[in-house]
Design a protein around this ligand. Structure first.
Ligand code: FAD
Ligand code: EPU
Length: 339
């Protein structure tokens, strides 16, 4: 039987370690637990908030209603045809452990996404990406339960409307579905994506014949550990803002004023600017105030050293205002904010 607890602290359930309480809390390990939780919330007319590993949420208030932590396990090889490996994974599987598991099986595709915190079920929400690869490139479909009706849905990639740190689940489908499983298409044939400059540099000097998914994963982990603070040491949610995508003309104008501007050309002709550079240039690197601050090495990472969600959002808003003022560029918050 599903255990629903009252007034549960969420401080250990969010990687910013923000103080927040769930009015009611449960952990669901099966689809039947999930339907029981949905019936309970409907019966009590209470809203539902879904939580995975809490590595992309800003809890600036207590969560009323029922907080459901998704813990449905399972990694299953669905089919193998020629080089293609189709793998179905439960929403509650730890993302990095899944990546390591696929590497051990000899399946290529997810290695560049090593060491991203959180659970598999949350990965489609912002179409996680790193080091030249996005989830959408290896995604076949997902299974979800529509929260209001309890109806089961299977959605393919185009229905998920994936974009850069974006999907239908951040837009029209926000808070409407519980993702229960994801099906990936991987490859048993060596198929590495080594375009990202920092990754190329880390693998420089290694003979091509010695390259493996494990080697790429280790290199990605090495870069990440050198750049990003671990939430266990310094509570954070990774990048706090998306990298803003601006027109070619705006990027050119900015570059005339700021020749060091860091940006990446997009296939549509626009340019994605490094928000970390903009925040650093606006003078925020290492700034601290009211128990919250900007990381010393990576200005895109906001950190909590004993503050509140409200203080963190106030800092974020000051940063947005100063970047808009200095560069005329607006920064969009990346994690999901509950305020
Ligand atoms: P949570 O934070 O628990 O939830 C995030 C959102 O998804 C919430 O709105 C929640 O309601 C919803 N949600 C969660 N599970 C489900 C579900 N099963 N069904 C429906 N909705 C759900 N992200 C990247 O893309 N690339 C990176 O390189 C990266 N690096 C990071 C580094 C650090 C140090 C940290 C702390 C975070 C980083 N992130 C990165 C962000 C984060 O790890 C990802 O967004 C991750 O997918 C969040 O997973 P989670 O389980 O913690 O989600
Ligand atoms: N930079 C600065 N100052 C800073 C931080 C960065 O000048 O304080 C410059 C760097 O020198 C570099 C550029 O900005 O030239 C980009 O920095 P980095 O390589 O660290 O990557 P990022 O753009 O900050 C993005 C993702 C990360 C992802 C990495 C690798 C976003 C919002 N962030 O970071 O994702 O891991 O690339 O692909 O797209 C996350 O989403 O939480 C996340 C960590």
């Amino acid at each position: 039987m599903l255990k629903i607890e009252q007034h549960v602290s969420l401080q250990h359930h969010n990687t910013l370690a923000l103080p927040s309480f769930a009015e009611n809390f449960c952990r669901v390990s099966t689809e039947s637990d999930l339907s029981e939780a949905l019936s309970w919330s409907r019966q009590h007319r209470l809203p539902i908030t879904l939580l995975g590993g809490g590595s992309n949420v800003v809890l600036a208030r207590d969560l009323s209603g029922l907080v459901v932590q998704m813990a449905i396990p399972g990694i299953e090889l669905v089919s193998e045809e020629q080089d293609q490996r189709v793998v179905r994974v439960g929403a509650g599987e730890n993302w990095h452990q899944l990546v390591l598991n696929t590497i051990e099986q000899g399946w290529f595709g997810l290695e560049n996404l090593s060491l991203i915190p959180g659970l598999t079920g949350a990965a489609p929400i912002q179409n996680i990406g790193a080091y030249g690869v996005e989830l959408s490139q290896h995604f076949l479909s997902l299974e979800a339960i529509h929260l209001a009706t309890g109806e089961q849905r299977v959605m393919n990639a185009s229905e998920c409307q994936f974009g850069y740190r974006d999907s239908i689940f951040k837009q029209s489908g926000r808070d409407q579905y519980a993702i229960t499983a994801i099906t990936f298409v991987l490859s048993s044939k060596m198929d590495l994506c080594l375009d990202y400059p920092a990754l190329q540099k880390a693998l420089d000097g290694i003979d091509e014949s010695e390259l493996t998914a494990k080697r790429v994963s280790d290199a990605v982990c090495g870069i990440r550990r050198s750049k990003l603070p671990s939430p266990e040491d310094i509570p954070n949610v990774g990048s706090f803002f998306k990298n803003p995508v601006v027109s070619k003309e705006q990027a050119e104008t900015l570059r005339q004023q700021h020749p060091q501007l860091v940006g990446y050309h997009q296939v549509d002709g626009r340019e994605k600017l490094a928000a970390g550079w903009l925040v650093e240039q606006a003078g925020w690197k290492g700034f601290n105030q009211q128990g919250v601050g900007v990381h010393q090495q990576q200005s895109l990472v906001l950190v909590n050293s004993g503050g509140t969600g409200v203080a963190l959002l106030s800092l974020a808003s000051d940063i947005q205002a100063s970047v808009a003022d200095k560069f005329g560029v607006s920064l969009e918050i990346e994690p999901r904010v509950y305020s």
